[in-house]
Design a protein around this ligand. Sequence first.
Ligand SMILES: NC(=O)c1ccc[n+]([C@@H]2O[C@H](COP(=O)([O-])OP(=O)(O)OC[C@H]3O[C@@H](n4cnc5c(N)ncnc54)[C@H](O)[C@@H]3O)[C@@H](O)[C@H]2O)c1
Ligand SMILES: [Zn+2]
Ligand SMILES: [Zn+2]
Length: 374
Amino acid sequence: MTETAEPMRVRAAVYRGDDGNRLAVETLTLAAPEHGEVRVRVRAAGVCGSDRHVLDGEWRVPLPAIMGHEAAGTVEAVGPGVRGLAVGDHVILAWHQACQRCGECAGGKPWACTRARSNDSLLPDGTTRWSDADGSAVYPYLATGAMSEAVVVPEFAAIRIDERVPFDVASLIGCSVGTGYGAVVNNARVLAGESAVVIGAGGVGLSIISALRLAGATPIVAVDVSEAKLAEARRAGATHAVPSGAELPERVTGITAGGADVAFEAIGRVQTMQQLPELIRPGGRAVFVGLPPEGRRVEVDGLLLAYEGKTIIGSNYGGLVPARDFPRVAGAYLSGALPLEDLISARVGLDEVNEAFDAMRRGERTRSVIVFDD
Ligand SMILES: NC(=O)c1ccc[n+]([C@@H]2O[C@H](COP(=O)([O-])OP(=O)(O)OC[C@H]3O[C@@H](n4cnc5c(N)ncnc54)[C@H](O)[C@@H]3O)[C@@H](O)[C@H]2O)c1
Ligand SMILES: [Zn+2]
Ligand SMILES: [Zn+2]
């Protein structure tokens, strides 16, 4: 199916790096979708910790950047050669735009595709579809730039889902919820009855906890500095809630009778990442989901790690195959098994984006979602 589309003007949250960690809502020009691409009208975009890392100078990305990468919306224009999507389809955006052709992609590991340009804020062809009032390029963070009224992405990065899933819930499946589900199901392969600990109960950590409950893990120990987050963790399925602190290994060892089978870090702090191997029993798995600032090193006791047969697992985008896993997660939501609306604590307009990031910095809110009008 082909359809011609014109360039359009869109309001988007842009980070230029010249005003501290502030974003400004600018009007940009979004080019028409090219061959194999679709334009998606964004209906909801989540505020993720990864965007915050960029704004707070912890990771370098091309600037100016349109922030946001966790989103859902409707297809409103298709470029030439698009065969799998039609105008009106409800879609979730996948931010790792794998090439779909290399051995990793063919082998079911699109997250490991080295041809993807997402980390360079570029579409797979190495370009961007956005420009500012001066005609200069603007870069979509993680090739998505979801804090915008509309985006252009490759057809394969927009996954069609059941229209009964509300857009705010659907948006989260595109990062935090998909990452948490995938970390549990794809990376750690948690079995019913295994014990688990999750450090950090923000959007990603709560998603891990709800996926652990779905998988039948028990006990599930949540750790956070915030009492409010610990209360949310219990609601999401944690059987135990423990404030972060020095005695953590003893507390976890006591609750899990000798250490958890699997532990997840979902903050991105070196200190808590280092703690992970101490929280698991011999033969256990430690899963790094949180992402630290660039260049930070994590120390582990190499002798103990080998001697006790522990595994450290790096989790990138939950090992997801989006076309397979997004509909699965959506189905679990529709069945009532994953109560994902509980993760959303604020729905805000695009103009409130800075307040949403400030709330995240203060450790408030589980997830803020930017909602766009029809
Ligand atoms: N691996 C991936 O593919 C992937 C995908 C998405 C996000 N992430 C990363 O996951 C991390 C979490 O993202 P998020 O959106 O959930 O962020 P968030 O800010 O919502 O959550 C962080 C949580 O950590 C808690 N916390 C902070 N300091 C703590 C401490 N010392 N001890 C215990 N808890 C503490 C906060 O109270 C908060 O609840 C980020 O680093 C993000 O970049 C990774
Ligand atoms: Zn590939
Ligand atoms: Zn994210």
